[in-house]
Write a protein that binds this ligand. Sequence first.
Ligand code: MF3
Ligand code: CO
Ligand code: CO
Length: 290
Amino acid sequence: MNRNDSCWCGSGKKYKKCHLDFDEKIDSIKFNKNKGQIRPRHKLINNAADIEGIKKAATINTGALDLAGSLVKEGIDTLSINDAVHEFIVSHGAHPSCLGFENFPKSICISVNNVVCHGIPSKKTVLKSGDILNIDITTDLDGYFADASRMFFVGEISAEAKRLIEVTREIMEVGILAAKPWHFVGDIGAVCGKMARENGYSVVTDLGGHGCGKDFHLDPFVSHDCAAESGMLLVPGMSLTVEPMINMGRKQVVVDADDGWTVRTRDGSLSAQWEKTILITETGNEVLAS
Ligand code: MF3
Ligand code: CO
Ligand code: CO
């Protein structure tokens, strides 16, 4: 690309006034293969219009999560929550990204107690006092994706369950603080893993976060328990999720053989998860969806 060409990011600006310095900075970095360090591809970089698009999807996604949370109460089945959220997203002209994604049958994921993630909403799953649950919603609008999840609980829950929910949220937040430009994605997992262990919890590593913006699941894979300074270089304009899955017991998970989706803790222990989509900026990061 020549200095006066239109920049590859699609901004319409000249390359020399847009991402030339950025490319030179990446080219000057010595990637340490032993640490698994890799350079980010241009297609992972969002321009200003892309960021606006993700934010529009995120506004609907946030409303959908608010609605879902308002419906959590003893006696409601998770399919009813799914159906109300589906209606909300569709009525805003958007699409619930989970619906039909690799044949996922419903619009959102609701994961109760020992279900780690990808719980399928069902008439048969009726919420009762003492339950903890994760509701994970992704919305796409005009080709842009926003992905977030939150924990909720029903009636009275145990002190241990409450601590798991709160500490898992803090683990997500320290992970987000570690997501900085010109640092590596492994820094996120390094701080999340440390904090989980300090609290006596384990981190699921079979699944993780992901780039999210111009598609639902993009590179990099975001591990929540790994070595610092490993994996992909984080650069301004990248958007990704931080979504630690934290188990009270052991880290191992099993996928339901019948539905092919529901992920449970192998030992039956409780699991919690929070998720935000963030944008790497020049100075740190900005939350796009929560
Ligand atoms: N929203 C989930 C994530 O955080 C993905 C769910 S995929 C589905 O990546 F098919 F299970 F919906
Ligand atoms: Co999600
Ligand atoms: Co996600």
